[in-house]
Design a protein around this ligand. Structure first.
Ligand SMILES: C[S@@+](CC[C@H](N)C(=O)[O-])C[C@H]1O[C@@H](n2cnc3c(N)ncnc32)[C@H](O)[C@@H]1O
Length: 447
């Protein structure tokens, strides 16, 4: 890679980091947008790699930079701090020669500040990164025996509280395996909307490697860019992790089921449920009716619109209603065979594709979201028809969400007449999926 291309790629990575910092844009959007203008695929790959690794290793990079920085990092202006992180990731994580890492960082630092201060910013970044390059084989991280939480946090790039959270549920070896797996970007998985084999043949005809996944509709397409696939644009395939596909299969839906999805935006699971229920536009429904009722509730109007768009593209019939699922916009007494609460959660289980989630969430978020999930689950239980099934799913692994919410539900009056039928925590190390928790209950009676 030439000097100019190398600098442009690093500048693009910096743009993605800034979008996350300043506007809260998630990396799975910010990175593709920031690298789109780079002409060479290798430059795009390098820029994406740097951006994602910087986000993953933020805590470790800051800990290392603090050791060599002459002033507290909190006092370093934000744009220069971002350049330091980007430089540090090249020295500590990526296989980039020291000189290229330092020189490009100096050039970027000079661009980040008003012209009068460019020289000072460049000199500062030069000094810090050179000092880090000298010390990088000698970083004083605690040993696993002395402080397992800090050791795992610094050597896998996670905050202490998430490590401690996992250590409450798993031993040190398993915790390390989960955290290491959380640092590896997943391959692309598609849900085939129609016939899976036809989709595989279409993808192979485009020169892509496409193989079946474990779930019935899953197709793995390593190395593909889903945004560039005709099949995705035309609604014949949906980018979706297999853990999410498993939620629809765990819900007990079958052809003709009536379905209520209470937290439905942007519609990944609602459209899958509609397919499995047979609510396909232009095809007679399995129960004789044209379209079995699939109702999707979503709090935010713009996310409700995404469900409508997805339903239209995938040719499924969904009645989308904007409202608060704790008091759902339904007729009194209206019940369904299948009720899903795919609740708002800390989202730690999506860290492979959005690594910054680990730094954005706090332990307070866990408690607030667990409380919301408990109310959503109680409201959902009231809408399950006799013989129907209730499903609670969250893409996270904290104990207070997952099992804590399921236990609280089972101990509450809302669970009267329900029998637990399954609980499962999917995790990236063992299942090679997002970290998704799924719990199901059957309501007494005949369906
Ligand atoms: C985890 S996402 C659901 C993802 C969706 N099931 C899918 O597969 O595409 C949770 C959704 O719940 C919505 N939400 C949050 N609070 C809600 C509430 N009180 N009532 C209804 N929807 C809510 C959020 O806006 C978000 O779209």
């Amino acid at each position: 890679m030439g000097d100019a291309a190398g600098l442009a790629a690093r500048r693009a990575a910096l743009t993605a980091l800034r979008a996350g910092d300043e506007d809260g844009t998630w990396s799975n959007r910010a990175v593709p947008a920031a690298i789109a203008d780079l002409a060479d695929a290798r430059d795009r790959g390098f820029a994406a790699h740097l951006a994602y690794e910087t986000l993953r290793w933020e805590g470790t990079l800051d800990a290392a930079l603090s050791l060599v920085c002459s002033r507290p990092l909190a006092e370093v202006e934000r744009p220069v701090h971002r350049v330091l992180r980007l430089g540090a990731v090249q020295l500590l994580v990526s296989d980039v020669p020291d000189r290229a890492a330092v020189d490009t960082s100096v050039a970027l630092a000079r661009e980040q500040v008003p012209r009068g201060r460019a020289k000072g910013a460049g000199g500062f970044v030069n000094g810090v990164l050179r000092a880090l390059a000298r010390q990088r084989h000698d970083l004083p991280w605690p040993s696993r025996e002395d402080d397992p939480v800090a050791h795992l946090a610094l050597t896998t790039g996670h905050p202490d509280w998430i490590v401690a959270e996992l250590l409450e549920r798993y031993d040190v070896e398993r915790t390390r395996a989960i955290l290491v797996a959380d640092d590896v970007a997943p391959g692309v998985t598609l849900r085939a909307v129609g016939d899976r084999q036809t989709l595989i043949e279409e993808l192979r005809a485009e020169g892509l490697e496409a193989v079946v996944g474990e779930v019935d509709e899953a197709v793995r397409v390593p190395g593909a860019d889903p945004r560039r696939l005709d099949a995705v644009a035309a609604g014949r395939a949906v980018p979706q992790d297999e853990a999410s596909m498993r939620v629809a299969h765990a819900s007990g839906v079958r052809p003709g089921s009536s379905v209520l999805d209470l937290c439905a935006g942007p519609g990944g699971k609602a459209t899958h449920l509609a397919r499995l229920a047979g609510a396909v536009r232009g095809e007679p429904g399995p129960g004789g009716a044209d379209e079995p009722p699939v109702v999707a509730v979503e709090l935010h109007p713009h996310r409700a619109q995404l469900i409508r768009d997805a339903a239209r593209s995938q040719r499924v019939a969904i009645d989308v209603r904007v409202g608060d699922a704790t008091e759902p916009p339904l007729s009194p007494g209206e019940t369904f065979d299948v009720v899903l609460v795919d609740a708002p959660c800390t989202g730690l289980g999506t860290g492979r594709r959005r690594p910054e989630v680990r730094w954005r969430r706090t332990p307070d978020d866990v408690d607030d979201l667990a409380a919301l999930q408990r109310s959503l689950l109680s409201a959902a239980a009231a809408r399950v028809a006799p013989g129907g099934q209730l499903t609670y799913a969250v893409c996270t692994w904290t104990g207070a969400e997952t099992d804590g919410v399921a236990d609280a539900f089972e101990a509450s009056p809302a669970a009267t007449g329900f029998t637990a039928t399954g609980r499962r925590q999917l995790l990236p190390d063992r299942d090679d999926t997002d970290g998704m928790f799924i719990a199901t209950w059957r309501r007494d009676g005949d369906r």
